[in-house]
Design a binder for this molecule. Sequence first.
Ligand code: SF4
Length: 480
Amino acid sequence: MPIDIDQFITTLEQEVRDYQVPVVDLIAVQTNDPYRILVATILSARTRDEVTAKAATRLFKEAPDLDSLAGLSEERLAELIKPVGFFRNKAGYLAKLPESLDREFNGKIPETVEQLCKLPGVGRKTANLVVAVAFKKPAICVDTHVHRIMNIWAYVQTATPLATEMALRRQLPEKYWLKINSILVAFGQGTCKSQRPHCDRCVLGDSCPKIGVTPRKIPGRKTTTNSSLKMVSWNVNGLRAVEKKGFIDLANELDADLLALQEIKALPEQLSEQLLNLPGYKAYYHSAEKKGYAGVCTYSRVEPDNIIYGLGNEEFDREGRVLTLEFADFYFINTYFPNAQHGLHRLPFKLDFNETIQAFCRQLAKKKSVIICGDLNVAHQAIDLANPKSNEKNPGFTIEERNWLDSFLAAGFIDTFRIFNQEAGQYTWWSYRFNARARNIGWRIDYFCVDEKSRRRVRNSTIKAEILGSDHCPIALEWK
Ligand code: SF4
């Protein structure tokens, strides 16, 4: 059945009032200045709104109008707008903009789509947005959200944004042309996301045809510990940073019963509502005293019977490195080992920590199964890093650290990944430098280990290298 477009748009107009306003609309509300709206629109292509907003603020401080823009070099423009997507190309377009406007339009921002499309860096989508937002003239800006959502609703059946624009020009009542973009951008960013839209909480849920959609899964809280469980460990290198890279959706995607995060670099009170209340989970934290440093957090669908914070050693515990959840028949230890650091100046501290946590694990393993996961900050053998020879004296691959891991395994624990996979090139961490991840020049320093007696409970142990967002990737354990 065809959708009722009036009802859909009216409903969404109400709905997105509380959503974040798309950046170009925000700038329009603040300034009403066609120059600023045009420049912000150019900056916003393939860039997240918060990045565009910061870049536009920096740029408008030095270039509040076309004349001052003309006085900036392309290099300076690139510095000011970095890190918006394709910032070098965009700096080039902005450098040419004043002259182009002078030559073609007497220094004025033109008001039609066709004229705007003659300017450097301005395509049809940008031009439509400027016409609609800056000049309040009938124009339909079809970006990826409008194109995608209109097809999900089967209001159009088109293959490209241009075909969508043409179809909407024919059938969408003109009263919606100006606002449809900002409504659907806000809605597409907040609810009808491109990956796993949140149909479960969508105001259009009952009447939307959902053409081609795979909605997100809704995690349900488990209450028993006897069923099989999926456990994931991930050094996120800053929980607030990874939230901006889509952590909430990735957490849904990972679909773990226990999700152990390391290096969260935050106190709970610094986290957003979304992170504090991940649907289906309860969150447990052991943050470092020092702000922005270390810290671990475990999201659990299963209520633990008991929680143990740290190792009972003040020196280690103030760094927020160990959090243990106790369940009926196993302990789940989430840990972030210290790094031996440049010059190995923290190697003694690290080795002390290693011995302490080993004794802790052995104590717990006397009572029930032990799973210990996290960033151990050590590659075990040559097979576990891309360049073993050149790293023999470097933190994470010193003989002392590797000897300790040998002793830990000899004391009755298993590196579960190596039960299933003996291949080289299986890494969990890559430097941000030298394009290391793309070239797979990495290290395997994140582990799921279990006590030997519990080996039969391990169903699989894998590395999820395809998940981006941190310099580490998640690892997973299936447990029965
Ligand atoms: S029900 Fe799902 S697919 Fe339809 S509009 Fe809402 S979020 Fe998008």
